[in-house]
Write a protein that binds this ligand. Structure first.
Ligand code: IYR
Length: 203
């Protein structure tokens, strides 16, 4: 048990969010298996309030990039408070998002706050944000475990994803996961994680 817990930590601690992707393809079967893993997440009343849209079609990726960059241009050009921009400055991000076209897969994660029944009524879902957050964590970890890099991308607002991907109004875009291999020479920020003593208390 100790060995497995430590081995998992040693593996998962090597995961890094990447912003420079290679065009190298990733088989659809790998994406399918990772989404199936995400779908095992604990969730409210087992109502599984999520939908994953896996995009490899170049035209669709381009449409997502164009819409995301328009939102980001507004974000960086004035909508974001100075405090937020200062917090982002060490990451060196800006409104340009070429990875949305370069990476072989984008996985848009949608959260469903209610579900339409065949009779037209609405079935409420529970703990939607918690459930979809846990599923997304498993998805990120599954891709890492498969040897792939991801970027958890949250162009804000993300309503355009419903339009581009044809998802109904009762689904809310939760985040956009960029998936692929890192570009050759891709760099990541020099950051550290908090020690156990800071993130945990044992009583
Ligand atoms: N969505 C923007 C801004 C952004 C926000 C946070 I918080 C980050 O950790 C990184 C970026 C963008 O993708 O550039």
């Amino acid at each position: 048990m100790r060995e497995r817990a430590n081995a998992f930590y040693e593996d998962v601690r090597t995961r890094r969010t990447v912003r420079h992707f290679s065009e190298r393809p990733v088989p659809r079967e790998v994406v399918e298996a990772c989404i199936l893993a995400a779908g095992t997440a604990p969730n409210g009343a087992n109502l599984q309030p999520w939908h994953f849209v896996a995009v490899s079609d170049p035209e669709t990726k381009r449409a997502i990039r164009v819409a995301a960059e328009a939102e980001e241009a507004e974000f960086y050009g004035g909508r974001a408070p100075d405090e937020w921009l200062e917090a982002l400055a060490p990451l060196g991000t800006d409104a340009s998002k070429p990875f949305l076209e370069i990476a072989p897969w984008l996985v848009a994660v949608f959260a469903e706050s209610w579900h339409p029944e065949p009779d037209g009524s609405r079935r409420k879902n529970y703990y939607v944000t918690e459930s979809v957050g846990i599923a997304t964590g498993i998805l990120v970890t599954a891709f890492h475990q498969a040897g792939l890099a991801t970027l958890t991308h949250t162009p804000s607002p993300m309503r355009f994803l419903n339009e581009v991907l044809g998802r109904p109004d009762h689904e809310r875009a939760f985040l956009l996961l960029v998936v692929g291999f890192p570009a050759e020479g891709a760099e990541v920020p020099d950051i550290t994680k908090k020690p156990l003593s800071e993130i945990a208390t044992f009583v």
